[in-house]
Design a protein around this ligand. Structure first.
Ligand code: PMP
Length: 439
């Protein structure tokens, strides 16, 4: 269970459901087993998507302000056509020569700093992080991993061991150390405190005879509560891990591909150049495609020792989808749109905060916002119950968001990059309605 699902998971028996929904839930449980979770008090069933909208079987439209896989809009015709065309011609893998995979790698790497020179393909973000760790451990000869305390990086055995947001039932590795995320709402010196925490984690690993291999974070601390500021907050941590012989992995699975507005990648906001970058989710707008980009010198040792083949990773159809996504980001000016609409939305939430003291803090970059809900704005006391009520209230108003953070009290707002100011205004109006009902 990821942090996102945990914050807002459906609880069986908590509310009365219509017969169709209850029946589907029971059938799902019987067939898919006990490990899955559903979002919202009253789970949703969608049959179609288009742009920023999702539609239920009765044709009701829901404004999607949450799903970041379909980042350029649900069922974008350019991507749909690219997939349809490629799957009708050829669907082979990276053991054959294929020009499109090279063209894509060239294009993708051109969006990154020059130091990052190789791109490898995987199918999921977990798969990418798993590979990144193998590369980092091979390069450094170390095992130790430093993450933030509510981070989520994926589901494989190795990656779940450094995904504390999976909760206390999933054991962290003995080689893993957690540090608090840079909480700009509560600390006046986030950068100093964050650097000091990473330095202390490095010392603790060493004290236990574990050589540090890597520090991994996403540029906006998504699961920790969406902390975007100050830009550069991770610089000291990156210097510290490198000084200890480790590498910095930028997990761009959530904040890559223009999500944070002014740049294609979340790490760029911090003015740091990663050793390894992992990506996924929005890369194929719904088609499973993910990847690992790295500095050639970091990848060299792994490449010598290991033979890498990922059956579906980098297959011709995945690459066609991914290339179409880059086309759309460029052609539709989506970075500029994320910056503009994101600022508009943030400003709107800040105005709501002046009327509703439950909104303690509004933060984020581009179209990735965190709105922190508190019971006491002076003491900044987290209020998960009210956050959950807002999330479910918005769901009933046909607007989709979710939650995050260690205390499960931050609204996580992450609309498709094609979100317009009109969509944002609509969302703000509905949020005001929910807040006034709760007040
Ligand atoms: N890293 C981050 C930051 C993520 O948000 C996720 C997915 N929520 C992953 C990795 C794992 O990606 P996937 O679900 O595609 O395996």
């Amino acid at each position: 269970m990821t942090q996102e699902a945990m914050v807002n998971a459906f609880v069986e028996g908590a509310v009365e459901l219509d017969e169709t929904t209850a029946g589907m839930i029971a059938r799902r449980k019987r067939l898919l087993g006990p490990a899955y979770r559903l979002m919202y008090e009253r789970p949703l069933h969608f049959v179609r998507g288009e742009g920023v909208w999702l539609f239920d079987p009765d044709g009701n439209a829901y404004l999607d302000a949450y799903n970041n896989v379909t980042s350029i809009g649900h069922c974008h015709p350019t991507v749909v056509e690219a997939i349809r065309d490629q799957v009708g011609r050829l669907a082979t893998n990276t053991r054959y020569l294929h020009g499109a995979v090279l063209d894509y790698a060239e294009r993708l790497l051109a969006t990154m700093p020059d130091q990052i020179g190789h791109l490898m393909f995987t199918c999921t973000g977990s798969d990418a992080n798993d590979l990144a760790v193998r590369i980092a451990q091979s390069y450094t000869g170390g095992k130790g991993i430093i993450v933030t305390e509510t981070a989520y990086h994926g589901i494989t055995q190795a990656v779940s061991e450094f995904s504390p947001s999976l909760g206390p039932n999933v054991d962290l590795g003995v080689h893993v150390r957690c540090v608090p995320a840079p909480d700009s709402y509560r600390s006046a010196d986030v950068a100093g405190e964050f650097t000091a925490a990473v330095e202390a984690a490095i010392q603790d690993l060493k004290r236990h005879g574990i050589k540090p291999a890597l520090f991994i974070c996403d540029g906006i601390f998504a699961s920790d509560g969406v902390f975007d500021a100050p830009a550069g907050v991770i610089r000291g941590a990156v210097e510290a891990i490198r000084a200890a012989g480790g590498v910095y992995i930028a997990d761009e699975v959530q904040c890559g591909f223009g999500r944070t507005g002014e740049a294609m990648w979340g790490f760029q906001r911090h003015g740091v150049i990663p050793d390894i970058v992992t990506m996924g989710k929005p890369m194929g707008n719904g088609y499973p495609v993910a990847g690992v980009a790295a500095r050639p010198e970091v990848l060299a040792d792994f490449g010598r020792k290991a033979r890498y083949f990922n059956t579906f990773g980098g297959n011709a159809v995945a690459v066609a989808a991914a290339a179409a996504v880059l086309d759309v980001i460029e052609d539709e000016g989506l970075l500029a749109n994320a910056t503009d609409v994101g600022a508009y939305l943030k400003d709107g939430y800040r105005q709501l905060a002046t009327r509703y003291p439950v909104i303690g803090d509004v933060r984020g970059a581009g179209l990735f916002l965190g709105v922190e809900i508190v019971s006491d704005p002076v003491a900044k006391t987290p209020d998960a119950a009210t956050a959950t009520r807002i999330i479910n209230g918005l769901r009933d108003e046909h607007v989709l968001i979710s939650g995050c953070a260690k205390a499960a009290n931050v609204l996580k707002i992450r609309p498709p990059l094609v979100f317009s100011r009109e969509n944002a205004a609509q969302m703000l109006e509905k949020c005001a309605r929910v807040l006034s009902r709760l007040a």
